[in-house]
Write a protein that binds this ligand. Structure first.
Ligand SMILES: NC(=O)c1ccc[n+]([C@@H]2O[C@H](COP(=O)([O-])OP(=O)(O)OC[C@H]3O[C@@H](n4cnc5c(N)ncnc54)[C@H](OP(=O)(O)O)[C@@H]3O)[C@@H](O)[C@H]2O)c1
Length: 255
């Protein structure tokens, strides 16, 4: 008998880009705790090997894949390596992201713009394309994009990053509209400041950190583990009729 609220991912296979630390690591571990086997992708092997150990300690299988998400061939290899190893692909989390510069968008170097767009937006487009091909054949899947509240509201000093995340939110909606017919659901989470290496500048600069906390009803920034539950939910059958949504994770700041 089907369960009414089935959060289990037992027997499912997931890919998490940027799964080696921060938010992606928490997501990879949470998916494993829910029962999924996980391919973790990032550029640096030692960090990947550490997460593999943590997934295996949870009784699940893990595959480390060295991958630069700015390279199309690496993304195609990621899907191939995952299906070769596990025989299926059910869940893709487009999480790897970057922001190399802070400052006004009008002063930004073109190269930095390209790095932001290629990492945060184009990679999700290419990996979703590659994943959708195999998900279509298998009869469905769930794609989850890690956007940002910066994609919902203009962030001064994080201009290109905001544009890339707004693009990722629209990519989420367009893919949800296109892929629903194949039983592929596409959703996003949009965290505000979460305490990771990536956001260090934001939570270590009092002029940024203090107003951010003041404007947050829960009175604090978020921790990486607090982002993962929504991803497990969106990946699971408990969210079987949910597609095209963006779940903010902002401690109530958008209220
Ligand atoms: N932290 C926040 O406040 C916050 C808020 C909203 C949204 N987000 C989003 O959450 C996601 C994760 O951020 P985080 O804070 O967890 O960052 P993080 O701690 O810096 O981790 C980033 C992860 O992405 C990987 N990565 C970076 N560039 C890559 C590339 N070109 N190819 C493959 N992997 C790459 C990193 O591994 P390697 O360096 O080894 O490749 C690492 O595993 C990003 O999309 C970010 O925009 C973060």
């Amino acid at each position: 008998m089907a369960r009414i609220a089935d959060f289990s991912l037992t027997g499912r296979v997931a890919i998490v880009t940027g799964g080696s630390r921060g938010i992606g690591r928490s997501i990879a571990l949470a998916l494993a705790e829910a029962g999924a086997d996980v391919a973790v992708a990032a550029r640096k092997r030692p960090d990947l090997d550490q997460v593999v150990k943590e997934i295996e300690a949870r009784g699940r299988q893990a595959l480390p894949v060295e991958c630069n998400v700015r390279e199309r061939e690496h993304l195609e290899n990621l899907v191939k390596a995952t299906t070769d190893r596990f025989g299926r692909l059910d869940i893709v989390v487009n999480n790897a992201g970057t922001n190399p510069t802070f400052g006004p968008i009008v002063d930004m170097e073109e190269r930095a713009w390209d790095v932001v767009m290629n990492t945060n937006l184009k990679a999700a487009f290419l990996l979703s394309q590659a994943a959708a091909r195999t998900m279509k054949e298998r009869g469905g899947g769930s794609i989850i994009n890690v956007a940002s509240t910066g994609g919902l509201r203009a962030s001064k000093g994080l201009g290109a990053y905001s544009v890339s995340k707004a693009g990722l939110i629209m990519l989420t909606r367009v893919l949800a509209a296109e892929l629903g017919q194949y039983k592929i659901r596409v959703n996003a989470i949009a965290p505000a400041i979460i305490r990771t290496r990536f956001s260090e500048h934001l939570w270590k600069t009092p002029e940024i950190y203090e107003p951010a906390v003041k404007g947050t009803p829960l009175g604090r920034i978020g921790e990486p583990d607090e982002t993962a539950g929504a991803v497990v939910f969106l990946a699971s059958d408990a969210a079987s009729y949910i597609s095209g949504v963006v779940i903010p994770q902002d401690g109530g700041a958008g209220a």
